[in-house]
Every structure is written in C-alpha cells, then in structure tokens.
Design a protein around this ligand. Structure first.
Ligand SMILES: *[C@@H]1O[C@H](CO)[C@@H](O)[C@H](O)[C@H]1NC(C)=O
Ligand SMILES: *[C@@H]1O[C@H](CO)[C@@H](O)[C@H](O)[C@H]1NC(C)=O
Ligand SMILES: *[C@@H]1O[C@H](CO)[C@@H](O)[C@H](O)[C@H]1NC(C)=O
Ligand SMILES: *[C@@H]1O[C@H](CO)[C@@H](O)[C@H](O)[C@H]1NC(C)=O
Length: 426
C-alpha cells in the first residue's frame, strides 16, 4: 500500500516537473530603480572595519553551505556590516508606501519592518503597514517560497504541533544572524505577498518577509532586498533573468538599478563577459590573473572572486594578495611610501604620484581599472591601495572597484558582464 502510494507520488512529481515551465520563461518586462550609498562620504577607517566584517560573514556562510551540502545560503547577513552598502528605493502596497532597504547581492530574502514593530531594529526608519494596503495577503504554507524557507529550516508552518495538512496556515520565519548561534541578531515575522513598485512600474505577488520582531544592527533602512541567485530574491521573483547596476563614483548621487530588458542597455564596444561559477551562491567569477604595471600575478584560483555590492574594499586571498602587493611596490620605487593603518599596507604620498596600472583578468574578459578604482585618498596628502589581504579563501571585488562600471548579472545565462560607463547617463 505504502509502496503504491510512493510510486504514485513519484509519478505525480515527474509529471509536475515535466509540466513546469522553465524558471524564467514568464517575463514581465523591465524595471528601473535607484540605489543610494548609505554612507555617502567614504571613511577608509570605517570602510576597513565594516568590509572585514562583511568578508568574514560571506566566508562563513560559504563554509556553512559547503558543510551542510546546501544552503544556509539563505541566512542573511549581519547588517552591522551594511555600512558602506547601497539602499534601494521602492514602494510596497496599494496605494504605494515608499521605503528604502539594503540592496544585497549576497542574500535572497526580501523583508521589511511591518506595522508598529516596536521590538524591531532599527527604530526610527519607516515601516510598511499591511493594514493600509488593499493588495496585501499572507502567504500560505503551501506556497513555493514558504517551502523553500522550510527546506532550510528557516520557517515553520502553523505553529508548533500543527498538522502537516494545515496548508492554509501562516508561514512564520525566523532568521538568526551572524556566524554561530547568536541570540541577539535575528529577524522574524511571517511571509506575505504584496505589489511592489519599482520606478513607475508595479508588479503583483512579490513574496517578502513581514518582520514583526528583530534585534541587531540593520543599517538605517526599513529592511533588506535580496538580489542573490536563489528563488526568494527580487530578481528571481520578478522573473526577469538579468539585472544590472552602475555605481556612480559621486557617492552623494543615486545610482541606477535596472531589471530585465532595461539592463540590455549594455551594448557596443568594451562589453566584457565572464561566466559565473555555478558552485557558488554568490556572484562569483574566475579571476585568472592580475596585471600590475608591467607585471602579471596569479588570480584567486578555484575559489574565484565574489562581486559584492555591499563590501566597500577589495579582498584578495593569498597568495594572490601578496604577489600583487610585491609587484605594485616593486614598480612604485619613485613614489614616497608612508605607513598605513587599518589593514592598508600600500600607501604613498599622493603629490605628483603616478600609480602603476591595474587590470583584473577574468576568464573571458579584462577589467582595466581607473586609478580611482584601486587608490583612494586617506587625507590631503596620502593615498592607499584599497585592496587588502583576505584571511580566508574568499576574495571580493568591492564597490569602490566597481564604480563607474555598468555591471550586469545574467542569471539565465550565468554570465557577469561589465563595461566602463558614465553612470549618470542612464
Ligand atoms: C572615520 O571613522 C573613524 C572610526 O569610526 C573615526 O574615528 C574618524 O574620526 C572618522 N574620520 C573622519 C574623517 O570622519
Ligand atoms: C494600522 O496599524 C497600526 C498599528 O500597527 C495602527 O497604528 C494604525 O492606526 C492602523 N491603520 C489603519 C488604517 O487601520
Ligand atoms: C578559470 O579559468 C582558467 C583559464 O580559462 C581555467 O583554466 C580554470 O579551470 C578556471 N577555473 C575555474 C574554477 O573555473
Ligand atoms: C614613476 O615611475 C613610473 C614608471 O615606473 C612612471 O610612469 C611615472 O611617471 C613616475 N612618476 C614620477 C612622479 O616620476
């Protein structure tokens, strides 16, 4: 009897899989939004500390994912490291309620503080009010997004002891933050569905976490918009297949964030592309080598390098870091070196300095950086290399290095493309 039942279940599952449309076939056009840096003036001391926190969290989550075979990939970031990241402006509900939330290429779930949220961090930022929206609904346990969360032990359905058949029950989620079981960094609430408005365009039925309680440091926005590769992310839910952004080097200005066809604006000469490594939950690519002036040094090997919008500095795993540093120093003999702090190991007097060039060679494309992408003024007289040594295998291309490039993430084709651009012309 039980065997027959499992056989039928298998058959039904196979039929369902065969009938299921490909993940991104149902396109809904394109959307245009903007992002703003949440710390407009880059303070290199703070950037070093926050970037290092973010690096350790991304690295720990990779180890976690490798250890458990799947994903604690959904475990969101400890948002104290959200300083120096980008907030996205968007609206939720009917009529639209405008919010801003951390745009995060390193995670998937979308969430916002819901209602009065008296026990939520941060206090002070606006909340989304479900009771003021006619398009709000709670997501049932039977929804695909709830199942995705449940499969990662991030959601429970219908409370303790509820029967498995309670398909109409509310999908309660709880995310613990940080590296180990840290009881003071979490966000929790229930999954819901809402109309999101990006730029002038609205899309119904976006699943998000309606947060009713949270503790920890969450930057200054109202929540987080996951732009990762998993099912819960905004990109996947919009079913657009691609998104792109162009971070303007004038950090006081807003930067365009484009979804779907809008990101096809990237055309013409100078478009470079490299495959995304399929093994990673992050947007990781293969950095094959680095050119520093006339020297070429090795890349970051099989662990690749992550493009991350939420990390300010760039980190290279060893030995790539040290070899690049040595190449840089050996070609900067006519520059006056000064001691650095906060992990900056290569600092020079800026006056009259011409820094050696730096090119990142990816598998299939080269990124010839402008000096501003890798040297930053610490003060009026000193500039430092914004590349630091990673204590793990995890390497990151941070947001200073991405500035003034249009960067497109193609989830359909698993390709990352980039092109030098004036971000203010989009
Ligand atoms: C940069 O940040 C550090 C640490 O938060 C602070 O001590 C310092 O005063 C800041 N520097 C400037 C120029 O604001
Ligand atoms: C919505 O709920 C909040 C508390 O969460 C309450 O203060 C407010 O009056 C409610 N608004 C409406 C229109 O019911
Ligand atoms: C990275 O690219 C190089 C050169 O194309 C190739 O030999 C290597 O196998 C690639 N590594 C990974 C992890 O894909
Ligand atoms: C320093 O040397 C480099 C070549 O190694 C050269 O391009 C640059 O102009 C020199 N800078 C100064 C200030 O002499």
């Amino acid at each position: 009897m039980a065997t027959t039942r499992s056989a039928i279940l298998v058959l039904v599952t196979i039929c369902f899989l065969l009938a299921a449309p490909p993940a991104y076939s149902e396109r809904r056009g394109f959307f245009r939004a903007t992002m703003t840096r949440n710390e407009p003036v880059i303070n290199l001391t703070r950037a070093a500390h926050k970037s290092r926190q973010r690096l350790s969290i991304l690295a720990a989550r990779l180890l976690d994912a490798a250890a458990s075979g799947s994903g604690s990939a959904q475990t969101p970031l400890q948002l104290d490291s959200g300083v120096g990241a980008y907030d996205m402006t968007f609206s939720m509900g009917t009529p639209p309620q405008q919010l801003s939330a951390l745009a995060d290429t390193g995670s998937d779930l979308i969430w916002a503080k819901c209602g009065a949220c008296k026990r939520c961090a941060p206090q002070g930022s606006p909340s989304y009010y479900p009771n003021k929206s006619s398009s709000f609904s709670k997501l049932p346990c039977s929804s695909g997004l709830c199942r995705t969360l449940e499969s990662q032990s991030l959601a429970t359905c219908g409370g303790a002891g509820a029967s498995a058949s309670a398909s109409g029950a509310v999908c309660d989620y709880k995310y613990s933050y940080g590296l180990a079981s840290d009881p003071h960094h979490y966000t929790q609430g229930y999954m819901a569905s809402e109309t999101f408005t990006l730029g002038g365009d609205s899309v119904r039925g976006i699943g998000f976490g309606c947060t009713t309680m949270s503790e920890g440091g969450y930057g200054s926005g109202s929540g987080l918009v996951g732009l990762g590769r998993g099912k819960l992310s905004l990109v996947r839910q919009l079913k657009v297949g691609t998104f792109s952004y162009c971070l303007t080097s004038d950090t006081t200005k807003s930067s365009p964030l484009l979804f779907g066809a809008a990101s096809d604006l990237m055309t013409g000469a100078g478009v470079q592309s490299t495959p995304l490594l399929k093994t990673s939950t992050y947007y990781t690519v293969n950095l094959t080598s680095i050119s520093i002036g006339a020297a070429t040094t090795p890349g970051t090997g099989r662990h690749g390098i992550i493009f991350d919008s939420g990390t300010t500095l760039t980190f290279l795993a060893e030995p790539a870091y040290t070899l690049a540093k040595v190449a840089l120093l050996s070609q900067a003999t006519n520059l006056t070196r000064v001691p650095g702090t906060d992990g900056y190991e290569v600092c020079f007097q800026t006056s009259g300095a011409v820094f050696p060039s730096m090119v990142l060679h990816f598998d299939g494309g080269d990124m010839a950086l402008r000096t501003e992408n890798y040297f930053r003024a610490v003060d009026d007289s000193v500039s430092c290399w914004i590349v630091q040594s990673s204590p793990s295998h995890t390497s990151i291309v941070g947001n200073i290095m991405q500035m003034d490039y249009h960067i497109r993430y193609d989830l359909d084709k698993s390709v990352l493309s980039f092109q030098a651009a004036n971000c203010e012309t989009f």
